[in-house]
Design a protein around this ligand. Structure first.
Ligand SMILES: Cc1cc2nc3c(=O)[nH]c(=O)nc-3n(C[C@H](O)[C@H](O)[C@H](O)COP(=O)(O)OP(=O)(O)OC[C@H]3O[C@@H](n4cnc5c(N)ncnc54)[C@H](O)[C@@H]3O)c2cc1C
Length: 351
């Protein structure tokens, strides 16, 4: 079978890139092994424009956020399902110092930071003494539904192969690649953390980042906002809440960590006034890298091999923009954003 692109991996990156290429009229096959613990299926699905204790504005967020909203809305229409919610994050200050940091940033980040006038409403759900800041606009995307919905669509149009891809079955030539009975002009690797083992891209500056979240039932808690105080409580599927997330850069296994669960439970016991039940503890590795910028583009030596990866903890905002940009690059030769272009690592990739 002749196709234009063979894509390895159907997490968020492979999902959105395959969609952009199909929309450009290209013939695409996606190979994905079923993995319920991929980063995309474990993620909270949040686009937060101003992150961390110091409330730092995320890279390119002015462009990424509205673009992402448009793309997720289009996908809602195409897949006839609800996927994205425009919302706010309510930041419950844990100390006077946190309130001061927020207030000091208000002027500089006035597009995203606001004082919340809603304090009274939240007294019925939480114990807090220092007030609430509001971060908006934010997005909340139902990634699991999106991945499964797109997978069904790929299957319906005959564009999905469900198994583990192996380079042993793949021949790379000057004119393209052959994999089993498929000949493709290019292969694009969207393997998430699997990218660190890819023989063509393992030299990139990958880093490790284990993430965990608890899934909880909290009857009676409002579902209108994401709320946070160190940890975030996020409306999730089936009337449940996602609570996370941990970052662990020195982990030795991918098992759920009892210490993380204990820490979250201790905080909930103090902060949350409502009873809760933990129903699941989910874990995945983020496809992180030292630069915190994505890896997008074609290999500097092997022109028929590309990568769309390295989204770290910000795939929900970065994947839509860069899927569109990469597809435009592949199809029409439009240049990539230099800070995202994988050819910035030309020297190490040529070794
Ligand atoms: C706990 C946690 C919370 C997070 N929260 C957020 C958040 O709120 N907002 C945000 O923006 N980001 C968040 N992230 C990060 C986000 O999940 C990632 O940026 C994004 O999902 C990465 O998508 P991906 O497609 O690159 O990788 P993945 O989702 O890992 O997908 C890779 C896919 O490739 C497949 N694959 C790999 N190798 C092969 C092979 N050889 N053959 C076949 N298939 C293969 C895998 O099975 C998988 O389906 C979070 C991550 C974690 C772990």
């Amino acid at each position: 079978m002749e196709v234009d692109y063979l894509i390895i991996g159907q997490g968020l990156a492979g999902t959105l890139l395959s969609r952009s290429l199909l929309n450009a009229g290209k013939k695409v096959i996606v190979v994905d092994e079923t993995n319920n613990a991929s980063a995309s299926r474990v993620a909270g699905g949040i686009v937060n424009p101003v992150t961390g204790k110091r409330l730092v504005r995320s890279w390119m967020i002015e462009e990424l956020l509205p673009f992402a909203l448009t793309m997720y809305r289009e996908l809602e229409q195409e897949l006839t399902m609800s996927l994205v919610q425009e919302c706010s994050i309510l930041d419950f200050y844990a100390t006077d110092g946190e309130r001061e940091i927020f207030n000091n940033k208000l002027e500089e980040e006035k597009d995203f930071l606001h004082l919340s006038a809603d304090g009274d409403k939240w007294q019925q759900y939480f114990r807090f003494n220092y007030g609430i800041g509001e971060i908006a606009p934010c997005l909340l995307v139902d990634l699991r539904s999106l991945i499964i919905g797109w997978r069904n669509h790929l299957s319906e149009i005959g564009s999905l192969m469900e198994h583990q891809f192996s380079w042993l079955d793949c021949e790379v030539t000057a004119t393209g690649i052959s994999y089993k009975d498929i000949h493709a002009q290019k292969i694009i690797c969207c393997e998430g953390v699997g990218g660190a083992q890819n023989p063509y891209f393992q030299m990139l500056p990958w880093s490790k980042d284990k993430g965990e979240a608890l899934i909880a039932s909290i009857p009676g808690l409002s579902r209108t906002h994401i709320v946070k105080q160190g940890i975030s409580i996020v409306p999730w599927q089936d009337g449940l809440f996602w609570i996370g997330a941990a970052h662990d850069w020195k982990f030795t296994d991918m098992e759920p960590t009892p210490a993380f669960r204990k820490k979250v439970e201790l905080q909930l016991d103090y902060w949350l006034k409502l009873p809760y039940t933990i129903v699941d503890h989910i874990v995945a590795q983020r496809p992180a890298n030292m630069e915190r910028k994505p890896f997008v583009g074609l290999h500097p030596v092997h022109d028929s091999i590309g990568i769309f990866n390295g989204m770290g903890g910000k795939g929900v905002s970065m994947c839509p923009w860069f899927a569109n940009e990469f597809a435009a690059h592949l199809v029409n030769g439009i240049p990539l954003t230099p800070t995202a272009d994988v050819r910035r690592f030309e020297r190490i990739l040529k070794r």
